[in-house]
Design a protein around this ligand. Structure first.
Ligand SMILES: Nc1nc2c(ncn2[C@@H]2O[C@H](COP(=O)(O)OP(=O)(O)OP(=O)(O)O)[C@@H](O)[C@H]2O)c(=O)[nH]1
Ligand SMILES: [Mg+2]
Length: 195
């Protein structure tokens, strides 16, 4: 039995006024383009194709809202750090995501997806600081852990934990493809959503 049998797509927002109603509790998924955000949402919800997965970085340009249960949402934020995105698109991204973090009262925490082969980069660290400054919690998924051997995966985990010393940040290894860390991630969501 799936943990979230009622999971469904709600809406997409390209501009601020299209955001889903700001009620209940919401957890945002953010990370660099191609880091595995959409795959993580699909794996955690056990819904193939709920969030779109793409080999073309920068595919998700909208803020996509998914409902796990009434008043419990996951949000797939557009990825950052993709070099080929034109400056105009980048500026619009920043404006929309910044607006989202500034106004969103239902936001309880951020799941930050970081490719375990790259580790935490400057933009990821900036994203973490952004949410911590707004008194939200953060959980880092070191994604695509199936691409690393155990020793390297554990080394990245250790390094990332050391880099994220704030008590409001937790870190884990994750693989959507190998189904590693699904229960741990679901446990964090459950805790943030209030059990
Ligand atoms: N090996 C491996 N590949 C993965 C994993 N998760 C995602 N990928 C691959 O990484 C690519 C990007 O995955 P997405 O889930 O679309 O990443 P995203 O962060 O949503 O990308 P954008 O929306 O474009 O920013 C796809 O080719 C996926 O198949 C994983 O756990 N292991
Ligand atoms: Mg995506």
């Amino acid at each position: 039995m799936s943990t979230y049998p009622g999971a469904k797509f709600v809406t997409s927002a390209a501009v601020a006024r299209q955001l889903a109603p700001d009620t209940g509790c919401e957890v945002a998924f953010a990370g660099r383009s191609n880091s595995g955000k959409s795959s993580a949402i699909n794996a955690i919800t056990e819904r193939v194709g709920l969030a779109r997965v793409s080999r073309t970085p920068g595919r998700t340009q909208l803020i996509n809202f998914f409902e796990l249960a009434p008043q419990r949402r996951l949000v797939d934020l557009p990825g950052y750090g993709f070099a080929k995105v034109p400056e105009k698109v980048r500026a619009r991204w920043l404006e929309l995501v910044e607006h989202y973090f500034n106004v969103r009262e239902s936001l309880v925490g951020l799941v930050l997806i970081v490719d375990s082969r790259r580790g935490l980069l400057a933009q990821d660290a900036a994203m973490l600081e952004w949410v911590l400054a707004r008194d939200r919690r953060a959980h880092v998924l070191l994604s695509k852990s199936d691409k690393l051997n155990r020793r390297d995966a554990l080394s990245v985990l250790r390094q990332t934990r050391a880099a994220c010393s704030d008590a409001a940040v937790t870190v884990q290894l994750f693989s959507a493809h190998a189904a590693e860390g699904l229960e741990e991630a679901r446990g964090v969501l459950q805790q943030w959503f209030g059990g």
